[in-house]
Design a protein around this ligand. Structure first.
Ligand SMILES: [Ca+2]
Ligand SMILES: [Ca+2]
Length: 227
């Protein structure tokens, strides 16, 4: 039994090395630990912030103020009206950060986030929301009307916050896609919300004979990120 354990340890070590090698295809500054938004393209007025970071010393804080809907949609490579199609109403302004990355089908996009607002939770008119995009697809993360909020918020510029979530998305297609993260003001722009974002990564797909081992290592990496 002792010998078998030894072999297993060696195999896991090799798998770790392999997983480390494939990390080169990951987002640049996906953890924002440069203290800036370097590596990301920017639309509107997002910032890197050290206030109540989700992991490490810095997170991205993406305000719902910034630029017009059409400017944002163009920057993210979305169709005109794609952000309206989310269904929260007319969009007055927004901000986003985005980065293009080549991925393989079966890869997993992983990120940690929290949504802040100065709107009144439950309000269905000023229904600001946060979202992510993959290529031309927009997915809502949270909004004012349906989110579960608590006060006070960890970032003091805001009244309320949702809990912290880790979202995992399995990617269906191989190719180079723009991955975007943003927040928008709905109906008017005088009262803001924000998406706080951190630990943005693509986890490689388990493949071939090492697949089971890589899967185990991948799970370990995810658990470490959550911690
Ligand atoms: Ca960080
Ligand atoms: Ca608002």
């Amino acid at each position: 039994m002792r010998t078998r354990t030894s072999i297993a340890s060696l195999a896991v070590g090799l798998a770790l090395f392999s997983a480390g090698s494939s990390a080169a295809a990951d987002f640049g500054n996906g953890d924002f630990e440069t203290g800036t938004l370097s590596g990301w393209s920017v639309s509107g007025a997002p910032a890197a912030s050290g206030e109540a970071p989700l992991a490490g010393t810095t997170s991205a804080l993406i305000t719902s103020n910034g630029l017009s809907r059409t400017t944002l949609e163009t920057a993210l490579g979305l169709a005109n009206g794609a952000l309206i199609a989310v269904g929260n109403g007319s969009i007055a302004s927004g901000s986003a950060i985005y980065q293009s990355l080549s991925v393989a089908a079966g890869n997993e996009l992983v990120f940690t986030w929290r949504f802040f607002t100065n709107e009144i939770p439950g309000d269905e008119l000023y229904n600001d929301f946060a979202f992510y995009t993959i290529g031309s697809e927009v997915v809502k993360l949270a909004d004012v009307a349906t989110g579960t909020f608590s006060s006070p918020a960890a970032v003091t510029a805001y009244d309320s916050e949702t809990g912290t979530f880790t979202t995992r998305v399995t990617l269906d297609s191989s190719g180079t896609f723009t991955f975007g993260f943003g927040a928008v003001n709905v109906f008017e722009s005088s009262i803001d919300s924000a998406l706080q974002l951190d630990s943005v990564a693509v986890v490689p797909e388990p493949t071939g004979a090492a697949g089971l081992l890589l899967f185990g290592v991948g799970s370990f990496a995810l658990r470490r990120r959550r911690a």
